[in-house]
Write a protein that binds this ligand. Structure first.
Ligand SMILES: Cc1cc2nc3c(=O)[nH]c(=O)nc-3n(C[C@H](O)[C@H](O)[C@H](O)COP(=O)(O)O)c2cc1C
Length: 192
């Protein structure tokens, strides 16, 4: 088996983003397992608000090509209004089955408050609609400002869960795909 390629996407544009810290930690753990890794920082891609009439706008092709090249994808999101960020959704809408189907995906949510679960559930549903294999283990940084300092995760349990996510992204990078799930077969996608 060749080295898996693990790509992390950060769904926050904030300079001091805690989500970026979390995804960097997970990618570091993936690298420790022998993977090549890449962090896709959405600040570096010109991705206008998605318009299905202009699917190759800005850096859309460059972005979707990087996702396409991944064996496993780590999606990190801040919790916004109980869900994942619009920035991340916009980036995902430039992709589809070509980039995501049968890929292994790991999820990380970062919350100002103590309940990051709904964002993880919503992202899991999106990934199922794209027929991804979503790692059952998921990670979060609740009450983020209390658990991240100077670019490091200070809570050892949280840090361990995030590292585990990166390790499992490698461990399951080449997992045999499940049969298509119902929600993916009903996802007519952008062609309808
Ligand atoms: C528009 C907006 C909505 C937010 N909604 C929630 C929320 O529903 N629950 C929560 O726990 N935190 C919420 N937060 C706080 C963010 O989750 C928190 O600041 C997080 O650290 C942001 O991630 P980042 O550091 O990667 O930018 C919200 C922040 C913003 C800007």
């Amino acid at each position: 088996m060749t080295e898996p390629n693990v790509v992390g996407v950060v769904g926050s544009l904030r300079d001091q983003s805690y989500t970026r810290v979390g995804i960097e930690r997970a990618l570091g753990a993936a690298e420790g397992m022998g993977a090549t890794t890449e962090l896709l920082d959405l600040r570096e891609f010109d991705l206008p608000v998605f318009d299905a009439d202009h699917r190759e706008a800005g850096d859309a092709v460059a972005f979707s090509n990087r996702i396409h090249a991944a064996d496993s994808i780590l999606l990190g999101t801040p919790v916004y209004h109980g869900s994942y960020s619009g920035v991340l959704k916009n980036a995902l809408d430039y992709c589809g089955f070509d980039e995501f189907e049968h890929k292994t995906v790991g999820l990380l949510a970062v919350a100002g408050g103590g309940f990051p679960i709904t964002a993880l559930e919503h992202l899991r549903s999106v990934c199922r609609a794209l027929n991804c294999w979503v790692i059952p283990h998921q990670a979060a940084i609740p009450k983020a400002r209390n658990h991240v300092a100077d670019g490091q995760i200070t809570d050892p349990d949280i840090e361990k869960r995030i590292a585990r996510l990166g390790e499992e992204a490698v461990q399951y990078a080449n997992i045999e795909p499940d049969p298509a799930c119902f929600e993916s077969t009903e996802n007519v996608g952008a062609d309808d």
